[in-house]
Design a protein. Structure first.
Length: 429
């Protein structure tokens, strides 16, 4: 019996996804658990596995189409199976005219190698596949040196040694747009990223530089506008003397702990959220949800948009553990390897633009959260200490909060609590 392939729900706030690449053609043999297609969400690009064995009888939604979750995008079934009734039903639900089904699909070849070829699969050893994943080598482009043309580890290593350094996402984008990777310049330690591939594509095109919005950019635009429309956004500002935080960081660095100012700020915010539970809330249909955990969102700026992966239970972590967690999710965000579980259930977000030289700024709340902290640069500043002036490193913090559920006084107490932790950072250790 035919199996419907629907657009999967890969995140709590995801409502749609864009199909970027079908990995099998219509009529190809499908194996349950093997990658079937790639999709792009507002956060990342990922491969989606097939949920059944059979033949890909019909691709209903093609590459480049943005599809709502739970909508039919393909059908898997037995060779020659009649799926017209299923397509008619889907068309009635979606108000669309169905395209004709694949008639009399070719039988699945009997031998393993022939089946792999018909399905567009690669004849390679498990170790070769492992190495290909490590080095981002496209197995389909290799000629195997083992008997029967099988790709083995040495073939992958040879290809990796001669190939330009690029992230897996950059390679997929280059293949999609036909961009030669060897002509792209790596923007991060010589490694080619998605933005480098798109920049090369745009340089080679003629006419006005009009670039279509990615799925990520469209959803960011929609959610930020929604946040401003729905939240009663208010803000508080405070200046923090970072003298002791700098001494603490230097002392930790000398002891081998490479914690950054961002790590100290994150831990201070996490502990302050635990101290002030009235800030750790969310508006829900039935009222106000008071959360029993502190899941801290760390805004990471990418060329294609802003992503906010979450460190769960941040208030229970030591500084070194939180520092490692932040570095790990930020690195995976830049490499485009975050998973859907890395998002959602956030309590509060930190957005640090101090490294760009901004004195201070106001950030937009990341829904459905109720608060976000904008962090400015640390700058030597004259400070009155008693009856004399001293120069101290000072940083500006701007808290944006949803005034529908958080009043000014609790928000002020929370922000002062963060300030107190940072001016007395040894309380965090």
């Amino acid at each position: 019996m035919a199996t419907k392939v629907i657009m999967p729900k890969q995140g709590l706030q995801m409502t749609e996804g864009t199909i970027t690449h079908w990995l099998l053609p219509e009529g190809g043999a499908v194996t349950r658990g093997e990658p079937l297609f790639e999709m792009e969400t507002d956060k990342t690009t990922m491969a989606i596995d097939a949920a059944a064995d059979g033949v890909l009888l019909k691709i209903v939604r093609g590459e480049g189409e943005t599809v709502p979750i739970a909508e039919l995008i393909a059908v898997i079934g037995a060779p020659g199976e009649d799926i017209s009734a299923l397509l008619d039903q889907a068309a009635r639900l979606e108000g669309k005219k169905p395209a004709p089904a694949v008639a009399d699909a070719e039988p699945t070849p009997s031998t393993p190698k022939a089946a792999a070829a018909a399905a567009g699969k690669i004849f390679a050893t498990p170790r070769a596949r492992l190495r290909a994943g490590e080095f981002g080598v496209d197995l389909a482009r290799l000629s195997g040196s083992a008997p029967d043309g099988m790709v083995v580890e040495r073939d992958v290593l040879a290809a990796a040694a001669s190939a330009p350094k690029a992230t897996p996402l950059a390679r997929r984008v280059a293949e999609r747009f036909g961009v030669p990777l060897d002509q792209a310049a790596g923007s991060r330690h010589g490694k080619i990223r998605k933005a480098d591939v798109l920049a090369l594509r745009d340089r080679e095109s003629d006419g006005p530089d009009i670039r279509p919005m990615s799925t990520m950019r469209k959803i960011i635009a929609k959610r930020m506008k929604q946040s401003l429309n729905e939240n009663a956004q208010a803000s508080h500002r405070v200046r923090v003397r970072m003298t002791e935080a700098a001494r603490c960081r230097d002392g930790l660095k000398a002891a081998g702990n490479k914690a950054s100012f961002t790590d100290l700020i994150a831990l201070g915010v996490a502990r302050a959220l635990r101290d002030h539970p009235e800030m750790n809330v969310e508006v829900v249909p039935d009222g106000v949800l008071y959360k029993d955990c502190v899941n801290l969102g760390i805004a990471v700026a990418l060329p294609e948009g802003l992503v906010v992966p979450v460190v769960r239970d941040a208030d229970r972590m030591t500084l070194s553990r939180l520092s490692a967690a932040i570095k790990e999710i930020a690195a995976r965000a830049r490499e485009g390897t975050l998973e859907p579980d890395d998002y959602g259930h956030g309590s509060f977000t930190i957005s640090n633009l101090g490294m760009f030289g901004l004195d201070e700024f106001t950030a937009i709340i990341n829904p459905p959260e109720s608060g976000i902290l904008a962090v400015g640069k640390i700058e030597p500043t004259p400070v009155a200490v008693g009856d004399r002036m001293e120069i101290h490193p000072v940083m500006a913090l701007t808290l944006s909060y949803d005034h529908r559920v958080i009043d000014g006084a609790p928000a002020a107490r929370f922000l002062v609590g963060v300030k107190d932790y940072l001016e007395n950072p040894y309380r965090l250790l």
